[in-house]
Design a protein around this ligand. Structure first.
Ligand SMILES: Nc1ncnc2c1ncn2[C@@H]1O[C@H](COP(=O)(O)OP(=O)(O)OP(=O)(O)O)[C@@H](O)[C@H]1O
Length: 605
């Protein structure tokens, strides 16, 4: 039931129009019943039997208005008029009162909810993306939204009105012959309960299928992302084999269980429906032969009950389609209920509402303790004071906690104990958007968005002037390669444009970071083997920046570290050494050992 409520809530913004259009669709389904009724009454007129009292009254009324004598001809005209009104006149009006609204609501909801899912994607915490890859998330969102979009017209425009029509038919038959109505009711209850039971079983299987499909999609997305590794290790055949195994597992659920389940359901349904139609025919015929029913009522009862039974198959097909859609709709609702990250308020902020901080760049890590899970600490009692405009290099073995410390500084996570102060203020007390805007980071792998080089440079600060862009490019030594690009700053880079080399991307990342004029700049040195020239360019770019703002370097190579005011050596989540290059060399500890390794040509991490 809660699943259905979730779906109803999905369309709640349009509930007024929704109720109106469902009511109109149901009304038209009921109005349809006037045709077999009128034909039954016509048969009575033609065979010389009496028409029903309402038709007699209507004929008398028309006779009074038109000053015509009542009689067979006028009854035929009245009945033809009813058929004309309920078929020809309503034909052009109906789509505007039903179909148009159903799709309008579905499409508006798709627009609204796609926007909401994008907002959700932007506000989920980073850790969610550590556990779920792009393919899984994109697949879940796309399938969820599209299934809602298709389901709405099916449910509101067809299923509910058809159910109302069946109820209407029950009322009509009850008025004509209650025993046939009772039989009709019993057969419907039987078919309905049997269908619901089977559908519930099938929905469970659909949920399993949905998870299997997500796994397959997720792996396909990983193959695309990591295609270089796949090809380099020549594992194409392995990947294909594993994906085929996954597809086979999906196929077994779909074909052996779901598809078979629906076929069993349909064959039982058909048997019960055809038997019921046969019994209704026999009973109605018997009652007519006995003189309990007129010829007209015989035809009407037979026609409307056939109409009702013939609606059962479309209703049950719609229920089947709905059951197939339900699992992915449910997965979307689960996704939308995921807890937000601490930065979720960012979206609500109007750009003008963001408090613009100015920091001197004094950063103080105080007794920090942190672990991604409560059982294992990744950082232990971190104490570090960084003065404004100092350059601090974080050095240590891979996994020693350097990146984690930076993640805490950016407040992607909060420490289990201890705090981080910036200019003496606990960063948790600051508005996160305003605070993060004062920091900038250059990642090892610089993300390049599809767009021009200029778009990418000004990503963090779209209002930067061209002079500012040029100045940042000069410092970051982007200007060294701009003339090599076909359209300079206007060159399209990224997905559908020119591919930048690793060194060029890093320099783009530095210029992009500089353009937001951060108080604290973090530089995650690339471990990828940049060629000597690129590496040298980046080091020179860094030298241009050092001393102009507080700079934290996650150092994988020691060459940049020499210049740092403080070198902080982390080991197993603890700060084990702090000092300048010379001081640490003299101490003869871990840094000294790392330095010796580098001298012999090896990297730190
Ligand atoms: N999202 C995460 N969830 C759980 N554990 C994590 C996560 N990110 C990192 N870790 C663990 O935390 C520890 C510290 O990782 P971190 O990335 O901070 O080290 P690092 O010193 O930056 O390493 P490297 O130099 O290789 O980048 C590692 O043991 C790592 O496995």
């Amino acid at each position: 039931m809660s699943k259905l409520l979730d779906i109803a809530r999905y369309f709640r913004s349009y509930w007024g129009w929704s109720v109106f259009s469902i009511a109109m669709s149901s009304l038209f389904e009921i109005v349809d019943l006037a045709v077999p009724y009128a034909i039954g009454q016509l048969l009575n007129v033609l065979s010389g039997q009496a028409v029903d009292a309402p038709i007699q009254a209507m004929t008398a009324q028309v006779a009074r208005i038109t000053q015509q004598p009542t009689g067979q001809t006028l009854s035929v005209v009245v009945l033809l008029g009813i058929i004309f009104l309920t078929t020809v006149v309503r034909a052009p009006v109906q789509p505007w009162l039903t179909h148009w609204f159903h799709w309008d609501i579905a499409l508006r909801s798709r627009r609204d909810h796609t926007g909401r899912t994008i907002a959700k994607i932007l506000t989920l915490p980073l850790e969610f993306y550590d556990e779920n890859n792009a393919g899984r998330i994109a697949g879940r969102v796309a399938r969820g939204v599209s299934n809602h979009t298709w389901a709405y017209p099916e449910i509101a425009g067809q299923m509910i009105p058809k159910i109302i029509r069946v109820l209407g038919i029950f009322v009509v038959i009850s008025l004509i012959e209650w025993r046939i109505a009772l039989l009709f009711l019993l057969s419907f209850i039987f078919i309905f309960s049997f269908t619901m039971k089977t559908l519930r079983w099938l929905i469970d299987k659909e949920e399993i299928l949905e998870k299997y499909e997500e796994n397959t999609e997720s792996r396909t997305a990983e193959i695309i992302t990591n295609i270089k590794t796949v090809k380099a290790f020549a594992t194409e055949a392995n990947e294909l084999k594993r994906q085929k195994q996954r597809l086979e597992r999906e196929f077994k659920v779909v074909d052996d269980r779901i598809h078979r389940g629906y076929t069993v359901l349909f064959s039982w349904q058909r048997l019960v429906i055809q038997s019921s139609v046969f019994v209704v025919l026999s009973l109605t015929l018997w009652a007519t032969v006995q003189g309990q029913l007129s010829l007209g009522h015989f035809v009407t009862t037979l026609t409307v009950s056939s109409m009702a039974y013939s609606e059962l198959e479309p209703i049950s097909s719609l229920a089947e389609v709905f059951a197939r859609r339900l699992a992915s709709m449910q997965r979307l609702h689960e996704f939308m209920r995921l807890p937000l990250g601490t930065d979720a308020a960012n979206l609500a902020d109007h750009p003008d509402a963001v408090r613009h901080y100015e920091f001197s760049g004094k950063v103080h890590f105080e007794h920090l303790r942190f672990g991604y899970d409560s059982e294992r600490s990744v950082l232990e009692d971190i104490n570090l004071l960084i003065h404004p405009r100092q350059t601090v290099a974080l050095v240590g073995r891979s996994g020693s906690g350097k990146s984690t410390l930076v993640k805490l500084l950016f407040r992607y996570f909060d420490p289990q104990s201890g705090r981080i102060l910036i200019d003496g203020q606990d960063i948790r007390s600051l508005d996160i958007t305003g605070y993060r805007k004062r920091l900038a980071i250059v990642h090892q792998e610089v993300d390049v968005f599809n767009g021009t080089l200029l778009d990418n440079l000004t990503y963090g600060n779209p209002t930067a002037t061209f002079t500012e862009v040029e100045a940042a490019c000069q410092i970051a030594r982007v200007d060294e390669f701009i003339h090599l690009l076909p359209n300079g700053y206007k060159t399209v880079v990224g997905e559908r444009g020119v591919r930048l080399s690793g060194g060029q991307r890093q320099r783009l990342g530095i210029a992009r970071a500089l353009l937001v004029n951060p108080d604290v700049l973090v530089f995650d040195e690339a471990t990828s083997s940049l060629d000597y020239e690129s590496e040298r360019s980046i080091q020179l770019a860094m030298q241009n920046i050092l001393g102009t703002r507080t700079t934290l370097i996650i150092a994988h190579r020691l060459s940049t570290v020499r210049e740092a005011d403080q070198i902080v050596v982390l080991d197993q989540g603890k700060i084990v050494e702090v000092g300048s290059h010379e001081e640490l060399l003299n101490q003869g500890g871990i840094y000294h050992r790392l330095h010796m390794l580098q001298e012999t040509g090896e990297l730190i991490a």
